[in-house]
Design a binder for this molecule. Structure first.
Ligand code: NAD
Length: 271
């Protein structure tokens, strides 16, 4: 119960990784304000959580007024305190810089980059009272370019620098900022992404996940709970001297240079 007595705000908490983070923070003792666009998804997550440990607030993270309202709800729920913010909400429109729709580009930056800035900015006055922690969910795509995913990669790379910039600017206030870069995690978003793999290679969602993880060190995709565990660590006092860190949780996938794949068969033949 290392988060006993703490209050957290988690964005995009109605599904996937965000819902898993909410579950894990509560299991570790925190109270959680679940924030997201869709009330129905938030309500679905809420109903499986223990009574009194969570509350929902529907807000679009790219809307500054809506975000301020969500932070107010979290602080009231926490009896005046907010200790942890997890910026998890995200979207991933497809396209190169030549062919992506400009409105989708703007939207990706608004949700994936400006959203975390707005949520964090509204939360800082509360976080600095007790030495708070912010965890931003970036992506391996924030560190490695991904074919035809320009807005997503650029916004997630920006989120890494937002994390480090804030770690510098608010370290003296005792607030820690860290980023997590997940690899493939099985969620509604990644299942949707697998449709492109299926179009190229055939098969189904399971075989697509097997294919995208085949050449990675751990050779599998992950469950959202595996990202939630990393977030719970970074949000807790166990990580009291960790700030500005960009932590991969990707089964080792970003360790590899693509040119090394040409050596895989030889390595297998030698063993
Ligand atoms: P998901 O689509 O299940 O969850 C994203 C959540 O964000 C949804 O509940 C959605 O309603 C919410 N959301 C979207 N736009 C919003 C907005 N404007 N305001 C408030 N909420 C909004 O996807 P997920 O896979 O659970 O993704 C969670 C985070 O993890 C995202 O930031 C994503 O980029 C990141 N990520 C996911 C993977 C993966 O493989 N699933 C890998 C790397 C990073």
């Amino acid at each position: 119960m290392r988060l006993e007595g703490k209050t957290a705000l988690v964005t995009g908490a109605g599904t996937g990784i965000g819902a898993a983070i909410a579950r894990r923070l509560i299991a570790d003792g925190a109270r959680v304000c679940l924030v997201g666009r869709r009330q129905s998804a938030l309500a679905h997550t809420l109903q499986e959580l223990p009574d009194g440990k969570a509350i929902t607030h529907d807000a679009d993270v790219s809307d500054a007024d809506a975000v301020a309202g969500a932070v107010r709800t979290a602080v009231e729920f926490g009896d005046g305190r907010l200790d942890i913010v997890v910026n998890n909400a995200g979207i991933g429109p497809v396209g190169t810089i030549e062919d992506c729709d400009l409105a989708e580009w703007d939207q990706a930056l608004a949700v994936n980059l400006t959203g975390p800035m707005l949520v964090t900015r509204a939360a800082i006055p509360h976080l600095r009272r007790g030495g708070g922690a912010v965890v931003n969910i970036s992506s391996v795509a924030g560190r490695r370019a991904f074919p035809s995913l320009a807005a997503y990669c650029v916004s997630k790379a920006g989120l890494i620098m937002l994390t480090q910039q804030a770690a510098v600017d608010f370290g003296a206030d005792g607030i820690r900022f860290n980023a997590v870069c997940p690899g493939w995690i099985r969620t509604p978003m990644s299942e949707q992404d697998m449709q492109a793999v299926i179009e190229i290679h055939g098969g189904d969602v399971d075989s697509a996940f097997a294919l995208v993880s085949r050449d990675t060190p751990l050779q599998r995709v992950a469950d959202p709970s595996e990202i939630a565990a990393v977030v719970a660590f970074l949000a807790s006092d166990d990580a009291s001297f960790v700030s500005g860190e960009v932590m991969a949780a990707d089964g080792g996938s970003t360790l590899l240079d693509v040119s090394t794949l040409a050596f895989y068969d030889r390595a297998a033949a030698l063993t």
